[in-house]
Design a protein around this ligand. Sequence first.
Ligand code: UFG
Length: 326
Amino acid sequence: MKVLVLGGAGYIGSHMCKMLASQNDTVIVFDNLSTGHAEAVKWGPLIVGDVLNKNDLVSLFSEHGPFDLVIHFCAKSLVGESVQHPATYYRNNVMGTLNVLETMIDTGHDKLVFSSTAAVFGVPKVNLIDESQPRLPINPYGQSKKMVEDMLQDFHKAYGLKSVCLRYFNACGADPEAEIGERHEPETHLIPNILKSILMGAEQQMKVFGKDYPTMDGTCIRDYIHINDLAKAHILAGDYLSNHDGAYAFNLGNGNGFSVLEVIAAAEQVVGNTIAYKIEEPRAGDPAVLVANANLAEIELGWKPHYNDIQTIIATAWQWHQNETF
Ligand code: UFG
């Protein structure tokens, strides 16, 4: 298969490319390098361009297509930033994706796997979130992804574009061979921040955002899912579109929740050291608990996470952070 990976220089996109190449697919990466890293593109050519520039997309599809599958990761993805800069989020995530969809339709491409998020659900009313839960996002990031999910329904009806939206819970961990990993500037995610606080000592103290959430230890609970399990779901979703004609959405998580303090304790076991932290004010827009029910992905896609132990997941990230190559 020839697969176009939009956003293939980023954290999830680069792991995706490595997995595709490992099963002998041909990979073409398109990325504007705003948050991605050229050094993370190792399994196919990197075409630098922007989904906001329709001409870039037209040249991409005419010079490098046709593609058997398009996987679209290009997005702004920080909840807090989206509250401060909603215009950036709607422009990049909604207008950028509209350009991708139009280019696909104009060039006869009909299979898309799209990065969505648990943030489409807002504050959940149940402990385990399945696909039947109402999508009521509480920030512009989640709203922008919900808008694309809705667009994909309409585009299937009108133009026959087949798609799978994959709603990630908390993506984490790194390539077990530590060739690539997670690197954001600035880093806002929990596991890299814990590990960096160990590597950087007093220079970067670990902060825990909030201690009064209605959870057993007062800190937020999340469902941490390994990056390679997420990548695998895209491969299965691509296969699914070969024999299913529709616009689908699946939640992807382990179904186990860990509090911030539990993740810190697990990281202490992995690194063999205690981790100092201080309690800070809660972060705007953080729901107390977000845990997936991913049964539908198992039934429909045959997807089952391989990494279901939090310490093993953290260990892959730790191996990467100790020797970051970009
Ligand atoms: N946290 C800390 N200290 C840190 C970083 C995070 O205490 O230094 C806490 C957060 O407050 C939160 C938890 O750790 O309670 C996880 O935070 P992350 O930033 O790692 O992840 P989020 O749950 O905020 O966000 C992730 C994705 C988003 C997605 C969201 C779904 O990164 O793209 O899940 O709610 F929208």
